[in-house]
Structure formats: structure tokens, C-alpha cells
Design a protein around this ligand. Sequence first.
Ligand code: PLP
Length: 485
Amino acid sequence: MDNYHVAEKFDKIGSSLLDLLKEYYGDPGSKPVIQYKSKSDIIADYHRETAPDDGRPLEDVIESFKKDILPYSVHTWHPYFLNQMFAGSSFPAIIGDLLASMMNPTLATWEMSPIATLIEQNTAQWMAQIIGMPKGSSGIFLPGGSLSNLLALTIARNRVLDPNIRDCGLSDERRGAIICSEASHYSVAGAANLLGIGLNQVKKVKVNRRQEMDVDHLQETIQQCRDESLKPFVVVATTGITVTGGFDPLGEIADLLKDEDIHLHVDAAFGGGMALTDQREHLFGGIHRANSLTWDAHKWMHTPLTCSVLLVPDPEILEKTFSQKADYLFHPQQEKLLDDLGKSTLLCGKRFDALKIWLLWNTYGTSHFREVANERVDLMRQINQIIKADPDFVSDYEMVSPILCFTYQNSLIQQLKEPERTLYSNRMHRYVRESIKHSGRALFNITKLNGKDQFRMVLINPLTDLSHVRVLLEDIRSQCQAYSE
Ligand SMILES: Cc1ncc(COP(=O)(O)O)c(C=O)c1O
């Protein structure tokens, strides 16, 4: 089939594709973050009821992508893109993504991916070292933090709730509970659903205004589970809380669980990035007691989605929990050193995601990660000061990792009585965010926090500096002022 002879196609489309990449990455701030189109316009313009029967030249299809798709898509590679917990991939990681597609291996077996298996293992070990897990810790790369959390909670369930679950399934005698905070990521509840624990058995611990877990209430919650004849088999501590970037007090939680038969899972999907800064020891005290940990390199180690790792201090637990028999795939091995990674996960087609971070690491070194992360922390500190000093902007907390939630207020709003004040303020915040989004000037988020709608900006984009944030704050101020005139 001629279509599968790829090499000569590059001659034809190579230079125009390179031009496109150069243009996209070249001057990211020069275009709108997004050229907004309404949902109904998009459906009207793009929906096709049936698949194309005949194809057309690849050059044409790429041209359509360039003209019709790219301009109306969100430019995550833009200094005013602050909407998500990822932004701006590093160049070597982009190349790593491309090369992973080129190789297209599966890391399920050593036979298929000998060096890739070792690279994945090494990279996981480096991440475990950096975050401060005990010697010998390692893990497995997975497509996303939600999957890493799911596998971690599976390990916890089988290890602590009942080792028979793997073979016999859940029993009525030993009903389990997952304990996490009110602000933990929704993937924890998602895992409870998939693991047969049930959402009612996800027990939520109270949080402070930065959404960090109240350890006294954690202790009460453990007791409440026992009073209800439930076995609390895992506590999820979030380091880098999704909405606020806050850190559950890991050291205190680890101390509380020291003599308990409860698995400690640390969800550092976002906050793992803080382990690269001079704040690591302070924020990750107690990490040596973690039984598992989720860390997304696609968040602020700036690799393209997805690149998540599940780390454990005793890597054999992965195979013990997940291995299955598949004679067509897992063959006996003479050397037992590094087993097939497919036995340590749910995935059979296992992508070479680790190549992205490995390429980045080898190109720039750990010093690069530290420099970029510390730069973000400096930016965060400056913005903490700016917000504190500005009477128009109010944040409920000081940032400990770079996610800012804040509201705008003025004397007119303050004069209103509740509940009108909150209703008015919520409407204004939603309106202003939408209007800035539609203008294409910036994309940041909005969230409900402490009873009201608040702007939310994730400040990990390496292309965003203080001048961008200042411009955006002034934009928001003038939009809010105009709204309340
Ligand atoms: C704390 C936390 N855990 C887990 C996740 C899920 O990660 P992913 O989006 O990679 O599935 C997120 C996502 O934002 C998160 O904030």
C-alpha cells in the first residue's frame, strides 16, 4: 500500500509542516489565545454526518487543519493561557513526543521495548529521588494523574482492605472507606466508583480556606469510619490542591498514620513540581512514609500531555497487584532483572511517554527543572505581594504553589447586602471572564471557592512573566469597573 510508505511524503509536506510549527511556536503571544466561536457555529461549520468515502491529498488536509481548526482552537502555547494545570511544552519534550510516535513501541514487554523499558524505569526512579521517596522507589508511567490515582487506590484496596479481593472480589464482611479531603481531585471519587467502594464510602475531611486538610478532623473521620463498621484503607493527601495549589499537611498526616494499617497515597499530580524548588523539604516532610504517589510531568515539568507517573517505595507491589497471565505476550525470561512492564499496569498498549521527559532531562539537566520551577515560585511570591497590596483584589489565601484564586471588589459591591452581594459578584466575575475569553486576550479560569465565584489562574506557564500578569490584572480591573458602572 503506497499510503504506508511514509518517507517520501516528508519530502512533499516536510517544509510546509516545519513552517507551520515555526509559526506556531515562533511568536506565541502574537495571536489570540483563541478565536472564539460559539458551540452552535462550530457544530454548523464542522459537523460531518458521515466519514469521507474518498480521501484527498495530505497537503490539502493539513491546509484545512491550518485554516479551519488551529485558529479556533485554544493556544496552550501562549503567555496568556493560564486556564489549566499545564501550559507550554518544552521543545525537547515535543520532539520526544514525535519520536515516541515514530518508534510506536509498546512498553508492555521487554522484548518489544528493551531500552525504552529501562529508560522508563530510570526516569521514574529519578522522579522518586527528587521528591524524596526512599531508595529503591520506582514506578510506572500512565496516561494521566487520574489513572495513576486509580492504580494507587487499587494497590491500597488489595493490600490493606483485603488481600483476597484480587481473586475473590469484594466481600460483605470487609467494607472499605477511602478518606480524602473535601478538595481532593475528583478522580479519587471516580476510582471509588470503579473499585466497587462506592461514592458513599468516600469520606471527606474538612479543609481550611486554602482547602488544606484539617488533621484533627482526619482523626475524627478515621474513627467515624470504624464506628460505621467500615475499614478506612487509604488516606489520600493532596500536595498541590487542584483549585488553590494548597498542600495538605503531609508530615502531620504521615505522623498520624504511622501506627495505623492505612495506606498513605500522596496525590502530587500538580504539586510534584514544587519538589523541584527550594520549598521541597518544607512541603514534602513525611514523604518517606508514603505508600504511593502520583506525579504528572505534563503539568509543570512541561511535557506534552500525557506523562504521569505512579511511584511506590516497593515496586514489586505493582506486579503483585496487576500482573495477569497472557501466554501470547509475557514469555519466560532468562534474566529476571527487569520484568515486562505490562505486568505492572492495566495497559497492554503502553506508550513510550517517558521519552518526552527523558529527552528533556538529558537535554537540559535537573538544573533546568529547578531553575524553571524556582522562577515560577518567585513569580508566585511577587503576585502574593501585589494582591495583598491592592484594595480591589482579594484572595482568601497566600499561594504556596502557583495557583491564584481571587475576587474583585469595590465599594458598590461592598454596600450590597447578602445574598444580593454574592449574586451580583458571581454574575460580574462570570461576565468578565467570558468577555476576556471572547476577546481572545487571555484564557484563565473561574471556580467556586469558599462560597463564591472566583477568578483562578494557574501560573506555571513558563512563557508568562510578571508583566503579563500585571497587564491581565489591569484588564480585569477595568472590565469589572465597567461592569459595575
Ligand atoms: C490534584 C490532582 N490530581 C489528579 C489530577 C488528574 O490528573 P490528569 O488530568 O493528568 O488525569 C489532577 C488534574 O488536574 C489534579 O489536580
